[in-house]
Design a binder for this molecule. Structure first.
Ligand code: ASP
Length: 341
């Protein structure tokens, strides 16, 4: 059994090579369960997994809940609109209420950057055993999405042995609203940890130049970078140039709800310059796959026909792979004893 050290999963900056390997190894095992006719295993019987989503979600929340059920855990889910938040309760008090009911893992999504981390610190100070799994905190981090994305890519490049190392030396382009994307940030840590080079592509308003220094060594809150040789981060403004030598492209939704002011007023122009279509993929040196974390704005960041082209789009596989990846994370958090944070 793996030597898993994390009590909470807040971001991927702290992940070591061994952590990625542990997640992949379990996810690969969980992924084949339905094929062998086993839909559900009793691994987390009697455990309580609680989803605490203060922000909207379709995929992440259902995927975590299904993952917990496949491991036979009890699942509780909180709904912001019909909760005591309406009566002025704070997110911390809401979290503590579920902890009092015995939650082993709280899966939290909130619009505020670092809320998950603050709750995790509070629990550590009070010696409370519950783990926090960040399911998206503002623009900061969405670790399970980053993990399912690299898992999907590894499965694409080497289906018979999808290991993190297979991404080493690959050029993965992320296009669009990087500034407001926690998915892009988690992918930056995850992809570079596997040795992939990340090409960030977008207009200056959505991709400030500072992103070329995003990968700091050591990562925030760490004394040393747990990863020895990270891949590079490169900024390109021209989609054509970015796509040319790419091995895969991930496009992102324009996060209008997080934009202050009119960062993007002209969607026609954005689509012309950064929208992914069959036509502009012709510049690629090979037939590359397309990823998107969803939800998609059809016809803005990606054309409808490309979205539905299963010979190109890995979007359906991203959704499917989310389940074994999240099973792996819940399993690791609830069954490992040695915690360093
Ligand atoms: N579902 C992803 C997230 O929660 C991406 C998005 O919303 O565009 O960050």
């Amino acid at each position: 059994m793996t030597n898993w050290k994390h009590k909470h999963i807040i971001d991927l900056a702290k992940f070591s090579r061994e952590d990625y390997l542990a997640v992949f190894e379990l996810a690969n095992r969980f992924k084949v369960l339905p094929i062998t006719g086993t839909r559900k295993i009793p691994a987390l019987q009697g455990r309580l997994i609680t989803t605490l989503f203060f922000e909207a979600s379709t995929r992440t929340r259902s995927s975590f809940e299904l993952a917990a059920k496949r491991l036979s855990a009890d699942v509780q889910s909180f709904s912001a609109n019909s909760s005591s938040l309406q009566k002025g309760e704070t997110p911390l008090d809401t979290a503590l209420t579920y902890i009092s009911m015995g939650a082993d893992v709280l899966i939290i999504r909130h619009s505020s950057t670092n809320l998950s981390e603050e709750i995790a610190h509070y629990l550590d100070e009070k010696n409370i055993n519950t783990s926090i799994l960040n399911a998206g905190d503002g623009v900061h981090s969405h670790p399970s999405q980053g993990l399912l994305d690299i898992f999907t890519l590894a499965n694409f490049f080497q289906p018979n042995n999808p290991v993190p190392d297979i991404l080493s030396g690959k050029n993965i382009t992320i296009v669009g609203d990087i500034l407001h994307s926690r998915v892009a940030r988690s992918n930056l840590w995850a992809l570079t940890a596997c040795g992939a080079n990340v090409i960030l592509c977008g207009p200056k308003s959505l991709l400030p130049e500072e992103f070329s220094n995003f990968i700091k060594e050591p990562p925030p809150g760490q004394k040393i970078d747990p990863i020895k040789n990270r891949g590079k981060v490169i900024i390109m403004r021209s989609l054509k140039d970015a796509l040319k030598g790419s091995d895969a492209v991930m496009t992102l939704r324009l996060q209008k709800e997080r934009m202050q002011g009119n960062l993007i007023t002209d969607f026609y122009r954005y689509n012309r310059d950064y929208g992914i279509t069959h036509e502009n993929l012709k510049v690629c040196e090979k037939k590359i796959p397309i990823l998107h974390p969803g939800p998609v704005n059809r016809g803005i960041e990606i054309s409808s026909d490309l979205l539905e082209d299963n010979s190109r789009s890995l979007i359906d596989k991203q959704v499917r792979n989310g389940i074994p990846i999240r099973m792996a994370l819940l399993y690791l958090l609830t069954t490992s004893k040695k915690h360093s944070n």
